[in-house]
Design a protein around this ligand. Sequence first.
Ligand code: ZN
Length: 176
Amino acid sequence: MAFAVARTRDEALLYLELTPCQDCGSNEAPWEHGLTEVDGELTISYAAVCPGCGAEREYLFGLPALETPPGSWPTFGGAEPSELLDAGQWLEVADQAAGNVPADSTEAGRVLAIARAAVEEVIKFVPAGQDAVPVDEFWTCAGRKVRDAEPGRFRLDRLLVVRDTYHELSLTTGAK
Ligand SMILES: [Zn+2]
């Protein structure tokens, strides 16, 4: 498969949010998605006209081999690790969410749900029987930067504590 797989719509939209327009830097766009065939392969296309500069933007993703059943929001994917964001990028998503929890309890619950789900995604990169995310699961500059800042954060025991903390926080904010 030529394109990185987008496991779910939540994952594709998060990836697009982290991928600003090359021409003007805007990361907002009215994305329309659909299926398209590229070299005989069915591919997911997200396309939009950038509201910042009018550029036509299009991103293509592979279809997942297995569809992820819809679960609680957000659902970034099944048990298999992400192909769109690396382990460091996922932890950064979690950090940014957890660092900006709004006062409103419903909103806070949503933000903490993102933080918890993003840490869950980091954990999926840890192979069974190993105790940390392997170095080759950091394939972007942004991701490597997060790892280099504090490699110990990608140990499984620490990731599990962080995930559980976000989960408990989301319960105490009164969110479901
Ligand atoms: Zn633009």
